[in-house]
Design a protein around this ligand. Sequence first.
Ligand code: F0G
Length: 345
Amino acid sequence: MSPVPLIERYRDALPLEPDDPVISLNEGSTPLIEAPVISEMVGARVLLKFEGANPTGSFKDRGMTVAVSRAAGRGAEAVICASTGNTAASAAAYAARAGVRGAVIVPEGKIAIGKLAQALMHGARVVALRGNFDDALRIVRELAERHPIELVNSVNPYRIEGQKTAAFEVIDELGEAPDALAIPVGNAGNVTAWNRGFTERGARPILYGFQAEGAAPLVAGHPIPNPETVASAIRIGNPARWEEAMDAITSSRGRVAAVSDERILAAYHLLAEREGVFCEPASAASVAGILEHGLPVAEGQDPPETVVCVLTGHGLKDPDTALGKAPAVIPCDAELAAVERVVFD
Ligand code: F0G
């Protein structure tokens, strides 16, 4: 199937107006990849929904195509977001595509370098806030109330509508919903969106949400004032869709749990080295979560046989983390014998 705009594939399920332009980069239709090594480790069939294959390298594009199309339909001239990086990259790209201005507010020094490059390349105004994501979100919400600028964070309902299409794709490809979904949780928009997608198709998989140990407000049950984690994309202490996400997880008889940075990085390396899939650290929280916590079920419930792990963003977003723990490259003279020695040593 050649890629077509997600809005065209699922228009009937999306609340766009008939005259809204379709601002698209042919997002969605991402691969669902069997993970034999992880399947063996957890004792269930595990599939990876590789959202890093979206045009800007993360799941944000699904929501952004819908939010920016609606904004353009309304005649918006500018869009704004707070971001740990991926929303910024996606908003900047879709704003460029729509011919509107983009402004993105990111926590200074805390976003992966690839994401910064994307936002800058697409011509957005990039503001490095001396504060964290939660501060940035509070400020952009106020700005959007005072100025005629469209807020494209996942508090925007069109973002959730677009992102729910990931659940549609999985159901369409498998012919039915998986028994369980494992997903990293930051601002809690994406788990809310997947839940909506499944619910609209009458499906009820168990939802396992995973947060980084140093940024796990949903697990702690209260906001975390200074969240910290190597998984910078989910370094969030006060998720905007807290209650909806918890309702979704609880009513699916699932759980929200924390995973340490060490285990996130172990899963990140395992995915790259054994499954051949390079995702960013935050994405690996979904796999780290099921490896650490297993696939718990409520009493009387069957253990899940098929589990989809959402890999939310591409590994190339964050080369610093990748190179930080990688083995050294091997310098070599440009001679056959020298190369032979280092390759076959
Ligand atoms: N994974 C990645 C790679 C992300 O970028 C995000 C969120 C999440 C998981 C969590 O999704 O917030 O819907 O629960 N990134 C946002 C951003 C916050 O600004 O790019 P969520």
